[in-house]
Structure formats: structure tokens, C-alpha cells
Design a protein around this ligand. Structure first.
Ligand SMILES: C[S@@+](CC[C@H](N)C(=O)[O-])C[C@H]1O[C@@H](n2cnc3c(N)ncnc32)[C@H](O)[C@@H]1O
Length: 368
């Protein structure tokens, strides 16, 4: 089955609320020396995590808690010297607990990388985020996404460039799939989709939201729009899940083509943070026009806390929009979403905050 089975799983233990950033820094002294080194050598720390996931260290320790460095080297066919470097690093980072004679995965590692799907983020970070972010300084200076230098082509966004790079496109969509798997149960739990009959999934990717939503709501029909190569991959995934009778796909550049009409709800999941305020205003106005009276727009994205100092994911990821994705987007404040929706004509706003992985849902209704 293409892309593996998608199921809607409750993962409230993975929740990062927007108001409860864990304060790892002392309030009056700021960052500690160890934390500073973890940032300075962050690329090494990331590769430790990536290697442990790819080489099977976490899976091995999940199956064989209490293994020694020597046991792991033998089981995974790694020479003693690099295995010692890797395991020492993993213990220093507290990804692995214990001493070199007897180790276990840290509980969060077991949850996210052995039982969970967070390993799907790592190729995206390794192949796309890290190479692109090496252009951050120039991108800040020139206020544009110079990280695209690492992705051949003419397009002005990462998404158009990856249309001709199927391997990196797959890594991007596996990252999105892992995000959906961690967040979608909370979207469903808001009840915002309970009365929807026909959903327009705008920038719906490879159906990572559409497939589990169609499985969860047996009477729901979905139209997914995205760029051409992406909808081709989406159609294959939908077909392999036997959902082609309820999910249609349409190649549509949402900024240059008309949006299809007929749906009563539009979902924009992880779409608006990519683009500029002007582009988002234009898009929301098109969404309004495409919806019937009483139709709803659902904006589903990570959000920063009110102090704009956390959670870490929501604070760090906007640099990816500047440097790589589009050179324009960010995680906008929720008041901005409401203002754009109001300008487009929506009203009757509802907010659902504190959802998994720093997410929130903003709903607006087309009430004439
Ligand atoms: C960050 S992904 C979000 C995918 C999906 N909604 C999700 O939540 O996982 C953004 C999506 O927008 C699509 N996209 C980018 N530019 C687009 C455009 N001009 N028209 C339609 N889709 C576009 C990308 O191909 C990608 O699938």
C-alpha cells in the first residue's frame, strides 16, 4: 500500500500547548553552557539522532533494552570505534539512558521513534532543511529564500522546485504525513468537520489528511487540489486505500487557477504559513467565493504562544519559510488570520487552541 496505512490515532501525550513552553532556561540567567553547546553543535546532535534512527539503534534498544555498546555494534554490524562515538553522543544528549554496559531508549524516544512515526521527519530535515538553512544569513540579508540554491529549477518556491525531484518530494510528504498523524485526531476532536458533506482540501499534498479523514467520516466526500505532480502521487495513495470513489484530485495552482466549487467546507492545513499576507488575503477571498452560504473555512496550523517565545518548534520553523519554502511566510498570529478572514467576508469565528504539536484550528463561516 503506497505510503503505508494511515490511521487516525489519539496522541495527546505528544501535545505541546501554546502556553506551557517548558522553561529549560533559568529565568534570570538565560541559557546554560550545555544548552549553548547543543545549539552550536546542533548539526552534530541532529545527525546523532538521524543516524540512531536510520541505523536501527532505537529499534534495537526497543527490542533489547539493557544492551551494551558492544551488543549494539555486533547486532547492527557497526565497527566498535564509530559505534562508541555514536552511543556516547546519544547518551550525552539523553536520547539513550544508562551507561555503556547497559542502555535503554529515553521514554520520549521510545514513544516517538520506536512506537511513533517521528522518524519520518528526519530525511526531510537532512535532505531539505539543513542544506537550505546554510543560506540563512544571506536570506536574512536579502529578504528572500536563497536556500533554493540547493534545489535546481526555476520555481520561486520549494514546492515548484521539488516537482522535478521525486526523492526529495517524497521526503517532504513523509514529513507532512508524520505531522498529520500526530495532529489530525485533535482536529477531528474539535467537531468542526462533523457536519461537513464535501470538503475542499486546499494544498492537500499527497492526501495525508484526506485519507484518514475519509476513513473517519464514511459519508464525507473530498476534493483535493494541489500542484500537478503532487496530485498524481495523491491519486496513487488514494487508490491504494480504495478511496477513489470519495476523494477526487484536481491539479490546480490555487493562486492562478479558479478553485472548484461545490464543497461546503474548505480545509487549509499547513498552507497559509508558506505565503505572504497579500497572497493569503487573495487566497482566502477565492475560498470565500468558492463556498456556498454557511460554508466554512478551516485554518489548521501551528501557532506561537502569546509571548512569541515558544514552543520551540513554532519559533524555529518560520526560518524555513524565509530561507527555503517561499521567502515570504511565517506562523502568523491568530488575530491576523481572523482579520484576513473578516476582510474576505467570513464571520462567526471559532478558535480551538492547544492542539497537538503546537497546533490550533481557526474556523470562519460564510454568513450572508
Ligand atoms: C506544507 S504542504 C501542506 C500539505 C497538507 N495540507 C498537509 O497538511 O500536510 C503545502 C502544500 O501546498 C502545495 N502547494 C504549494 N504551492 C501551491 C499552489 N500554488 N497551488 C496549489 N498547491 C500548492 C504543496 O505542493 C504542498 O502539498
Amino acid at each position: 500500500m503506497e505510503g503505508g496505512d494511515l490511521v487516525l490515532v489519539e496522541r495527546t501525550d505528544h501535545r505541546l500547548t501554546t502556553t506551557t513552553k517548558e522553561r529549560t532556561m533559568s529565568a534570570d540567567r538565560g541559557i546554560t553552557e550545555d544548552q549553548l553547546y547543543r545549539i552550536m553543535y546542533g548539526s552534530i546532535a541532529f545527525e546523532m539522532l538521524h543516524a540512531a534512527s536510520e541505523l536501527g539503534v532505537f529499534d534495537h534498544l526497543g527490542r533489547n533494552p539493557g544492551s551494551s555498546t558492544q551488543d549494539i555494534a555486533t547486532a547492527l554490524g557497526i565497527a566498535p570505534y564509530p559505534c562508541d562515538i555514536l552511543l556516547t553522543g546519544l547518551r550525552g544528549l539523553e536520547l539513550v539512558l544508562g551507561d555503556e554496559t547497559r542502555m535503554t531508549n529515553a521514554p520520549l524516544v521510545e514513544q516517538c521513534f520506536v512506537k511513533g512515526e517521528d522518524g519520518k521527519h528526519l530525511p526531510f530535515i537532512h535532505e531539505i532543511v539543513n542544506p537550505g538553512m546554510s543560506e540563512f544569513i544571506d536570506s536574512v540579508r536579502q529578504a528572500t529564500n536563497l536556500g533554493l540554491r540547493h534545489f535546481p529549477g526555476d520555481g520561486t518556491s520549494l514546492y515548484s522546485r521539488l516537482e522535478s525531484d521525486p526523492d526529495k518530494l517524497r521526503s517532504l510528504h513523509e514529513h507532512l504525513r508524520a505531522t498529520s498523524e500526530a495532529t489530525l485526531a485533535d482536529l477531528v476532536a474539535t467537531g468542526a468537520l462533523d457536519n461537513t458533506r464535501h470538503l475542499l482540501d486546499i494544498g492537500g499534498g499527497t492526501a495525508t489528511n484526506a485519507i484518514p479523514l475519509a476513513n473517519h467520516y464514511p459519508d464525507l466526500r473530498i476534493t483535493l487540489v494541489d500542484l500537478e505532480n503532487v496530485v498524481e502521487a495523491a491519486a496513487r495513495a488514494i487508490d491504494s486505500h480504495g478511496l477513489s470513489d470519495r476523494i477526487d484530485v484536481l491539479a490546480c495552482d490555487v493562486f492562478n487557477d479558479p478553485l472548484p466549487v461545490g464543497a461546503d467546507t474548505a480545509l487549509l492545513a499547513h498552507m497559509l504559513p508558506i505565503w505572504s499576507p497579500e497572497a493569503n488575503r487573495e487566497l482566502l477571498s477565492k475560498v470565500y467565493d468558492a463556498l456556498p452560504d454557511n460554508g466554512q473555512a478551516l485554518l489548521f496550523d501551528p501557532l506561537q504562544n502569546d509571548e512569541r517565545d515558544g514552543p520551540d518548534y513554532a519559533i524555529l520553523f518560520p526560518a524555513y519559510y524565509l530561507t527555503i519554502a517561499s521567502g515570504r511566510g511565517t506562523f502568523y498570529p491568530w488575530s491576523t488570520y481572523e482579520q484576513w478572514m473578516r476582510e474576505a467576508g467570513f464571520s462567526g469565528f471559532q478558535r480551538f487552541e492547544g492542539l497537538a504539536v503546537a497546533h490550533g484550528l481557526h474556523v470562519g463561516t460564510k454568513q450572508r
